[in-house]
Design a protein around this ligand. Structure first.
Ligand code: MN
Length: 235
């Protein structure tokens, strides 16, 4: 049986436009890895959400989590915020931990996981930490920085490398790591690039965008995630 992988998406409201949106690459990556992709919009009735039939949850990229969620005022460099999505995803993260559902977080996904479990963020890395170089100008398919992996972590076991090249498309980053989470990768400047929750179920998040990278190694994360999701059944 292929596992159903729920993928969170953004709610885009613009001029004459009110839509749920998800980059097609997430769908393709889950499908290629052997999962059944299911797009999960933020819904009002959580009990009736399609998330309840998912064996794995993929927290996708997007805007910035609301800083009030980790006790901070808004910084002028804060990007776009979607509170409904924040609350919905935080609910899903906590439920996934309780029910041991496989979790994979990407970019904003890593950040929202950290916030959901009690961590904090830099609202803008250049302005608040004086760290540059994480918001690449080149296309997302190109790599732009190296990431050092911690030996013995789930990420290291999957990638089987001490260093990897990744893309980098974020202006926010983890400040304080949430209790229970383990940093499994950083860049040379100390920025957290991967977080995981040790335990029985697959729970990994990365700050880069593996779904945009074409080299074979980048797909290993999706394969490991979907394979592990197949071994667990949600309620
Ligand atoms: Mn980065």
């Amino acid at each position: 049986m292929k596992p159903v992988i729920g993928i969170t998406c953004r709610h885009f409201v613009g001029a004459g436009c009110d839509e749920y949106r998800l980059a097609a690459r997430y769908i393709e990556a889950v499908e290629k890895a052997g999962g059944i992709p299911l797009v999960l919009p933020a819904v009002n009735n959580r009990a009736l959400s399609p998330a309840s039939i998912c064996q794995g949850l993929l927290f996708s990229g997007g805007g910035d989590p609301e800083p009030g969620l980790y006790g901070e005022e808004e910084h002028p460099r804060l990007g776009s915020v979607d509170r409904d999505r924040d609350y919905w995803e935080i609910h899903l993260v906590r439920r996934a931990v309780r029910q041991k559902i496989a979790v994979f977080g990407i970019c904003r996904g890593l950040q929202v996981i950290n916030v959901a479990l009690g961590g904090t963020l830099y609202q803008d890395l250049p302005a608040q930490a004086g760290i540059y170089g994480h918001s690449q100008d080149r296309p997302a398919e190109k790599v732009s920085h190296r990431v050092w992996l911690e030996e013995g972590t789930l990420l290291h076991k999957i990638m089987k490398r001490k260093r990897i090249w990744t893309n980098s498309l974020h202006h926010q980053a983890v400040k304080e790591v949430a209790p229970g989470l383990v940093v499994s990768a950083r860049t040379a400047d100390g920025v957290v690039e991967a977080l995981e929750l040790p335990g029985d179920s697959f729970f990994l998040s990365v700050q880069w965008h593996p779904e945009r990278l074409a080299y074979p190694g980048a797909r290993k994360l999706f394969t490991a995630f979907v394979k592990n999701a197949a071994g667990f059944v949600s309620c």
